[in-house]
Write a protein that binds this ligand. Structure first.
Ligand SMILES: Cc1cc2nc3c(=O)[nH]c(=O)nc-3n(C[C@H](O)[C@H](O)[C@H](O)COP(=O)(O)OP(=O)(O)OC[C@H]3O[C@@H](n4cnc5c(N)ncnc54)[C@H](O)[C@@H]3O)c2cc1C
Length: 667
C-alpha cells in the first residue's frame, strides 16, 4: 500500500535545501517518475505548477560549518546557483562590462574537476614558479569527484556523490601525479586486505525490485542469479510478478546456445550487431515478448558510456557487457572485447577506494597545489580532515581556486596570432569580473566551449558540440544502520521501473587510518541510488539532452519523496523505516555526466583524423582544451591524460617558442 508523507518521514527534520531562483520552495504531493523522461514530461510540468513558498531550510547537522560544502545536504552536484549563468548564456545573455580585477596569471583554468586540477598540477611541474587561477561554477572543487559528508548519531559518515574509482589504463604522467599527491597502494592494500568488504563476506547478494507501475505489483525478489548461473534463472523467475511468457523468454536468453545468425561469418555477425540495437536484437532476432524489454532497459547503465538504455546500445556493445545482456552467447563470437581496451601501464590504484570516491584524489591534488589547504601530509590523514576553503583563493597563493564562478567568455587580447594574453570573464554573485592569463586551459565540458570562445573556427565548434555527456542523478542516503539489508540478505537491488534503477550499500572496503566503512550492521552507513534517466525512442544524444532538462526541473522535495518511497518498497520487508532510519539525503545531479564516444548505431565509422573529439580539442592560439570529453572517455585516466596533453601543447608550442624566438615588440 502506498505510504503517506508522514509514514515516509517527509516531516522529519533532515536538511532540505531546495532553492529555485533563489527562493526556498516546497512541493506538495509531487512524485518521482520512472526515469523514463518521455513518460514523465507531464509530471515535471505538474511539479512546476504545484510549487508553493515554504519555510527556509534548517541545518540539523552537528558538523555544520557555514563554508564547508561537503556537509551541505539536499541538492548537490549541479546545485542551484551553479548552472543558471551558463544556461542564460546559451539563450543569448551577455556580460559586456566586466569589472577588471587587474589579476594576471601564467595560466587560467576553466573548470575545477580532475582534469582542471590535473592541468594546474602539470603546469606547475613544467614551470614551478607559475601562477595559476582555477575557476569553477560549483561551490566545491572536484567536478564529478564529489564528497558528501554527514554526522550520523555522532559518527562521521562519508560518501561519494559521483566518481568512485581511479579507473583506466594510465600513462606514466598519470601515475606520477597520483604518486606525487601521496596515493599509496601498498598502505591501502595492507589496511584493506579483506577487500571483500563485510557486506560481501556476510554473503549479501543481489535482488530485483519489481514496481507496481511497470510490473503490476511491488515485489522484492532476492537471490537474483548471475549470468554465469544460466540454470538458476528459470526457478528464480517463477518468484517474480512477470507473466509466464516473459519468464520463459528471459530464461531462454540465459540458457540459449542458439546461433541466431546461421551462415554468417564472425565478421558479418559483428557488422550486423554494430548496426542493430540490443533491443532490436531481442525483439526481432531472438523474438522475445515485448514485456521482456523493461527488465533489461536500464541494466548496467554505468558500464555502457556511449548509450542510454538498450534501445541505444548496439548488439555488439551489449556483447562487450554480456554479464548484463544475455542471448548473444550462441553466436560464436569468442571472448568479448576488453571493456577498457586502452593500452597503458598497470594501474596499481584500481582497487583503491576512498570513502568519498575520487573526491579523495581531488582533495590530495588541492593539498599539493595549495600547501596548507588540507591539514596533514599522508593519504590516510586526509580522509577525516576538512579542507580549509578559506585558503583556496588567497591573493598570495601561487595557485588559486575560485569557486562559484562561471566563466562566460575566453578570448585572445587583440589579434590572435600576435596576442600575448587571454582575457577570461566569469560571473560570480551576479557580477562579471575579468582576469588575464598568459595561457588558458578549458577543462570544462566540451559543449560549452563554443559559447565561451566564439572566435573558434565554425567546424571546430561543431566538433565540440558533438560531445553530449550522459546525465545521471546519484543520491547518497545516510542511514542509521543496515540491519534491513542484512535481514533480507541483499546488498544491491536492481529497480528496473524506478527513477533510480540501482540501490546499493557502499560495497567497498575503505579503511584509511582511523576511518573505515561500517562493518557492523548496527552502524551508520551510506546507500547509493543510481539514476540514469532515459527517453526511449529518441536518438542517443537527444535522450541525454531531454533527461538533462528534466532533471533540473525536479525539486529536491520530489526526489526526497521518491527516494523514501523506493527505499521503503525495497527494504520494508527487512524492517526498514524511512522515517526512522534515514539521517540525511544528498541528491547529486549530473546533467553533464559521462563523456561519451562514438555510438555504432548513430555515428559513422570515423577514421582517426575525422574523430570529432580529436578535431574538437585542437589548440587555438593560447587556449588549449583538456577534460574527459577531449578523449570521449569517462574515466579518471582520460581526465589526467587530456590535462597533460593540453598543458604540453601550451608549454612546448606556445610558451617555450616564445622565449626561444622572442618577438622584439612583445618583450
Ligand atoms: C556519476 C558519475 C560516476 C563516475 N564514476 C567514475 C568512476 O568510478 N571512475 C572513473 O574513472 N570515472 C568515473 N566517472 C567519470 C568522470 O567524469 C571522470 O573520471 C572525471 O572525473 C571527469 O573529470 P573532468 O574534469 O573531465 O570533468 P568534470 O568532473 O565534469 O569537471 C569539469 C568542471 O568544469 C566545470 N565547468 C563547466 N563549465 C564551466 C564554466 N563555464 N565555468 C566554470 N566551470 C565550468 C564543471 O561544472 C565541472 O565542475 C563518473 C562520472 C559520473 C558523472
Amino acid at each position: 500500500m502506498k505510504k503517506s508523507d508522514n509514514e515516509l518521514g517527509m516531516d522529519r527534520e533532515i536538511n532540505r535545501r531546495d532553492f529555485l531562483s533563489g527562493t526556498s520552495i516546497a512541493i506538495a504531493g509531487a512524485v518521482l517518475g520512472s526515469g523514463n523522461v518521455a513518460a514523465q514530461a507531464s509530471d515535471a510540468q505538474a511539479d512546476a505548477q504545484t510549487t508553493v513558498p515554504g519555510s527556509p531550510a534548517v541545518d540539523q547537522s552537528p558538523a555544520q560549518e557555514t563554508n564547508y560544502p561537503p556537509t551541505r545536504t539536499g541538492m548537490r552536484g549541479n546545485h542551484p546557483g551553479s548552472f543558471e549563468v551558463a544556461h542564460a548564456m546559451r539563450v543569448g545573455a551577455t556580460w559586456d562590462n566586466p569589472q577588471e580585477t587587474g589579476e594576471e596569471y601564467d595560466l587560467v583554468v576553466v573548470g575545477g574537476g580532475l582534469s582542471g586540477l590535473g592541468a594546474a598540477y602539470y603546469f606547475r611541474k613544467a614551470m614551478p614558479e607559475a601562477r595559476i587561477l582555477i575557476l569553477d561554477n560549483h561551490d566545491d572543487f572536484g567536478g564529478h569527484a564529489k564528497r558528501n559528508e554527514h554526522m550520523v548519531d555522532g559518527d562521521q559518515v562519508i560518501g561519494y556523490g559521483g566518481t568512485e574509482f581511479i579507473e583506466g589504463a594510465f600513462t606514466y604522467e598519470g601515475l606520477e601525479l597520483l604518486h606525487d599527491i601521496g596515493l599509496d597502494a601498498e598502505v591501502y592494500d595492507r589496511a584493506n586486505e579483506d577487500y571483500n568488504f563485510e557486506a560481501r563476506r556476510r554473503g549479501l547478494g543481489r535482488a530485483v525490485l519489481f514496481d507496481k507501475k511497470t510490473f503490476g505489483e511491488d515485489r522484492l525478489v532476492v537471490e537474483e542469479p548471475g549470468s554465469d548461473e544460466p540454470e538458476a534463472w528459470t526457478e528464480w523467475l517463477k518468484k517474480t510478478p512477470l507473466s509466464e511468457n516473459t519468464q520463459r523468454d528471459i530464461a531462454k536468453l540465459y540458457l540459449t546456445k542458439e546461433d541466431y545468425f546461421p551462415g554468417l561469418s564472425v565478421e558479418e555477425k559483428i557488422a550486423r550487431l554494430r548496426k542493430m540495437s540490443y533491443q532490436d536484437y531481442l525483439l526481432d532476432v531472438v523474438g522475445v515478448h515485448p514485456d521482456v524489454i523493461p527488465f533489461f532497459m536500464r541494466r548496467g547503465t554505468w558500464d555502457h558510456n556511449g548509450a542510454a538504455g538498450i534501445d541505444t546500445l548496439s548488439g555488439w556493445g551489449a556483447y562487450r557487457y554480456s554479464n548484463n545482456f544475455p542471448g548473444l552467447q550462441g553466436l560464436g563470437l569468442g571472448e568479448p572485447p576488453p571493456r577498457d581496451g586502452i593500452p597503458g601501464l598497470k594501474n596499481p590504484f584500481d582497487r583503491l577506494h576512498f570513502p568519498d570516491g575520487n573526491a579523495g584524489v581531488a582533495r590530495l591534488l588541492v593539498r599539493w597545489l595549495i600547501p596548507g589547504s588540507l591539514p596533514g601530509n599522508t593519504m590516510n590523514d586526509s580522509v577525516r580532515t576538512r579542507v580549509r576553503y578559506s585558503t583556496l583563493d588567497r591573493p598570495d597563493n601561487d595557485v588559486r581556486i575560485r569557486l562559484n564562478s562561471t566563466v562566460v567568455s575566453v578570448h585572445h587580447r587583440g589579434e590572435r596570432a600576435r596576442s600575448n594574453a587571454v582575457d577570461v570573464t566569469y560571473v560570480r554573485d551576479g557580477q562579471a569580473h575579468r582576469v588575464r592569463g598568459s595561457t588558458c586551459v578549458m577543462a570544462c565540458n566540451n559543449s560549452i566551449i563554443p559559447y565561451l570562445c566564439p572566435e573558434l573556427p565554425e567546424d571546430q565548434k561543431e566538433h565540440l558540440h558533438m560531445a553530449v555527456r550522459r546525465p545521471f542523478v546519484i543520491a547518497m542516503v545516510m542511514i542509521r544502520d543496515w540491519k534491513a539489508f542484512e535481514r533480507l540478505g541483499v546488498s544491491r537491488i536492481f529497480c528496473p521501473g524506478d527513477y533510480f534503477e540501482y540501490l546499493h550499500l557502499d560495497g567497498y572496503s575503505s579503511r584509511f587510518g582511523d576511518y573505515e566503512t561500517s562493518r557492523d550492521p548496527d552502524e551508520a552507513t551510506v546507500v547509493r541510488l543510481w539514476g540514469s534517466p532515459i527517453a526511449p525512442g529518441l536518438p542517443v544524444r537527444d535522450q541525454s539532452r531531454a533527461a538533462r532538462e528534466e532533471m533540473l526541473d525536479i525539486s529536491f522535495e520530489t526526489f526526497e519523496r521518491g527516494i523514501r518511497d523506493q527505499m521503503a518498497r525495497a527494504l520494508g520487508e527487512g524492517g526498514f523505516d524511512p522515517a526512522r532510519d534515514i539521517s540525511a539525503i544528498f541528491v547529486n545531479r549530473w546533467p553533464h555526466g559521462y563523456a561519451g564516444g562514438a555510438n555504432d548505431l548513430y555515428d559513422p565509422d570515423w577514421g582517426y583524423d575525422e574523430v570529432p573529439w580529436v578535431l574538437g580539442r585542437k589548440r587555438f592560439g593560447r587556449i588549449a582544451i583538456a577534460n574527459s570529453d577531449a578523449a570521449a572517455v569517462s574515466m579518471t585516466q582520460a581526465a589526467f591524460d587530456q590535462a597533460h596533453r593540453a598543458v604540453q601543447e601550451l608549454v612546448t608550442d606556445v610558451i617555450r617558442p616564445e622565449f626561444q624566438y622572442p618577438w622584439s615588440e612583445r618583450t
